[in-house]
Design a binder for this molecule. Sequence first.
Ligand SMILES: [Fe+2]
Length: 296
Amino acid sequence: MSMERQYSHDLMKWLEKFSNELKVNENVTRNSSDVVGKVEGLLHQLKERSYIDAAYLRQLEKEAEQLYYDYLKIKTSSGQRSALNESTSRIPIGSHSLPKLPYQYDSLEPYIHRRIMELHHKKHHQSYVDGLNKAEKNLQEQRKKNKFENIKHWERELAFHGAGHYLHSLFWQVLSPKGGGKPKGELANQIDLDFEGFHSFKNHFSEAANGVEGSGWAILVWSPRVGRLEILTAEKHQNLTQWDVIPLLPLDVWEHAYYLQYENERHRYVNNWWNIINWPYVEERYKTAKRNIWLP
Ligand SMILES: [Fe+2]
């Protein structure tokens, strides 16, 4: 397949996904049917033409990106409402797909070589997507049968591939061929406040990244509880969260939480714990968490 054909195919797949997202969120885009119409128009052009040259493809991609940003603006401004209406997008179990890169494979050169980007995105990221879909479907099957076999293994698979998929999806978005420099505005102020200035933030972050053993990540995070930014490292991203999720209902199963009363019978403690959950609080937290909106 020629480069142009492959590129055109990828763009079409991405537009189809975008179009589905628009359909799922009909209530968000109800008053801006021009976005829906334009996306359909671009899809039509890609499907109808037997050959599209590289320059024209880039122009179509630019238009697609602009539409996507327009849509994000509309969605963010109606975020509160849509979150509470349960109308936010929902990826069905086992239906994750590889997100499109917001630039070309060679766009980050000379800092990151084209071939690295291509392998990293097409092979490595794709395998996280496949692994996550497999783990989710497997766990769904186990729930249906109410028979949980090898749960430790599948929870690990869910965390490993989920963390891989979500972190890579975020990783592509935080890079740009026109990137670099320093943050501005609110983020710059927060960094100054929490890290004694950009320079020491950058040093801290770089040192943390250099210190990660083996496969891993350095990650700037926001901590809603303390209202501060923090730098964390994930030496093995599978240990054991998905990094992008928000905890809603934790159950402490350290021995200190039950041993004096239940000794080695953890299952009795787990069973009884269901009698004391503060569900209204969990629901409130769920509603707050759901106000975060970011597209897959
Ligand atoms: Fe990676």
